[in-house]
Every structure is written in C-alpha cells, then in structure tokens.
Design a protein around this ligand. Structure first.
Ligand SMILES: [Zn+2]
Ligand SMILES: [Zn+2]
Length: 97
C-alpha cells in the first residue's frame, strides 16, 4: 500500500496540523489552520527552495475580500495571499486576536 502512494502535484499534507490538502492550482495554504509553505519567491513561481512553514500573522480586508499575510518561520519572508473559498473562517478570525 505504501508503495502505491504517489504525490499528485499541488496536493500536500499540512505540516502544521496534518490535514491532507487538495490543491487546486491556486492555493498552497491549509484551509484548516491557514499555514502555508515557502515555495514561491513570487506568487506561483515555485522558485524558492526554502520550504519553511509560513505562519498566518495578519489579516486585512479590502473591497470585501480578505487577505492573509504569511511569514516564513525559517527566513522571515512575508507574502500576502487572498483567502480562498473553503478556508476555515474561524481559523482566519483566530489570526487577528
Ligand atoms: Zn493545517
Ligand atoms: Zn522561507
């Protein structure tokens, strides 16, 4: 069974809460705890080899859309991401307390 296990591009297991996340090509953060992973230098380029966990540190709202800012726990890189449909809003609100 283990030998059959193959990772599909964009699907990942959240390294913070362990949730299996189905990637849709747009999001790379966990909908449950909102942690992300440092894989991009610029959105979508997958050019970073840091791969540090990125903690949600800040939430802001613009034109009715929420964005969450992530900070890499390894290198300190920050990145602003739009919230995705299906993100756990309770977890989002937990970020701002
Ligand atoms: Zn998670
Ligand atoms: Zn990093």
């Amino acid at each position: 069974m283990a030998e059959n296990f193959k990772k599909v591009t964009e699907d990942f297991e959240c390294e913070h809460c362990g949730r299996q996340v189905k990637g849709d090509g747009y999001t790379n953060h966990c909908p449950k705890c909102l942690y992300s992973k440092h894989v991009d230098n610029h959105p979508g380029d997958r050019a970073s080899d840091c791969e540090g966990l990125m903690e949600p540190i800040f939430l802001d709202q613009e034109h009715g859309e929420y964005s969450v800012t992530h900070k890499c726990l390894i290198c300190g890189h920050t990145k602003r991401n739009k919230m995705q449909k299906g993100d756990d809003f309770e977890a989002v609100l937990g970020v701002i307390q």
